[in-house]
Design a protein around this ligand. Structure first.
Ligand SMILES: Cc1cc2nc3c(=O)[nH]c(=O)nc-3n(C[C@H](O)[C@H](O)[C@H](O)COP(=O)(O)O)c2cc1C
Length: 229
């Protein structure tokens, strides 16, 4: 049955205000960095909850919202996550599982198998994608565009954390299957990515990376391409 239609009339901004907000948001997001050195200063649960609520405003295929945010501040669980992640990453970095082209791509970031931030950061949030839902009668309920939907929600989550002055890292220890068992998640969920959350350490450093310019990421198409001769 179609949902009832309700009015949607957000405020129409004047062009100057639009420019101001657009620039302000861009400048704010331009300052975001992935952090791998955290302080153990506490972060109120309410902020993490608000970031998850904000992420959950994301659009999703057929509005299925196919994501779960599994959160923990429990030192024991964080320790287990770190140990299991390091076990996998040690095989990647030192056991030759990472193909050369991947290792080369990671070189500028200075990362290795050690993941102390998984214990130092006050919160670890593991985002799961819901491959399919489950109806009340136990039957399978299809989800659509799960990866795209989860990716958009993850992006909004990261932006929300940054907006509230918190730092995070999108962390994907590979493979991530161990998280399903460790966190007791059902078969219809798969680990999507992991986010240690907190404040950067006082002596936090980040790699000096350059972001692509507008010209490199935007392509304008203003007329039909010439037909091939
Ligand atoms: C899908 C995804 C997976 C990532 N996985 C890892 C990871 O496992 N470990 C890590 O240190 N950084 C990881 N990163 C962070 C990237 O290295 C980082 O975003 C990139 O170097 C750009 O830096 P910035 O986020 O500070 O702009 C990941 C980022 C994305 C989007």
């Amino acid at each position: 049955m179609p949902a009832p239609m309700i009015p949607y009339t957000p405020e129409r901004l004047d062009p100057e205000e639009q420019q101001r907000r657009a620039r302000e948001f861009h400048e704010e997001m331009e300052c975001r960095r992935s952090v791998r050195f955290f302080s153990d200063d506490p972060v109120p649960r309410g902020l993490v909850e608000l970031a998850i609520q904000t992420a959950s405003t994301a659009p999703s295929g057929a509005h299925r919202q196919p994501w779960r945010f599994v959160v923990t501040e429990d030192p024991d669980i964080k320790h287990q996550i770190r140990q299991a992640a390091e076990e996998e990453e040690r095989i990647n970095y030192e056991g030759g599982r990472l193909p050369d082209h991947w290792r080369e791509a990671l070189e500028p970031l200075g990362t290795d198998w050690r993941k102390p931030f998984l214990e130092t950061a006050p919160w670890v949030v593991v985002m799961f994608e819901e491959r399919h839902g489950i109806n009340p009668d136990g039957s399978r309920r299809n989800n659509f565009y799960v990866k795209e939907s989860a990716g958009i929600a993850a992006g909004i989550f990261i932006a929300a954390l940054h907006h509230m002055g918190l730092a995070t890292l999108t962390h994907t220890p590979s493979p991530m299957r161990f998280l399903t068992k460790l966190l007791g998640r059902p078969d219809n969920e798969r680990p999507f990515c992991m986010f240690p959350i907190g404040y950067p350490a006082d002596d936090c450093v980040v790699p000096d990376l350059r972001r692509k310019s507008l010209d490199e990421v935007m392509v304008e198409v203003s007329k039909a391409p010439k037909p091939r001769t």
